[in-house]
Design a protein. Structure first.
Length: 73
């Protein structure tokens, strides 16, 4: 993704960022803000999934949190 964002100019564009992880988002959203300084990042969504073996397809982020995020967009 970083390569794409470095190669294409998205200045002035509205950007919606969603990221999935199993408990640690790292600096994902910070990286997007740095790579897209002239873009309008309208929303950031952190989708958290279980890190427990056998439950990795279990989403911990609630549907309400997702719906609330969508409404804010």
């Amino acid at each position: 993704m970083k390569k794409f964002l470095k190669e294409y100019d998205l200045s002035g564009k509205d950007i919606i960022v969603a990221s999935s992880n199993a408990g640690w988002i790292g600096h994902c959203f910070k990286d997007y803000r740095e790579l897209l300084p002239n873009s309008n990042i309208k929303g950031e969504l952190d989708l958290v999934f279980s890190a427990e073996t056998g439950k990795r397809d279990e989403m911990l982020t609630s549907i309400k949190d997702i719906d609330d995020w969508i409404e804010k967009l």
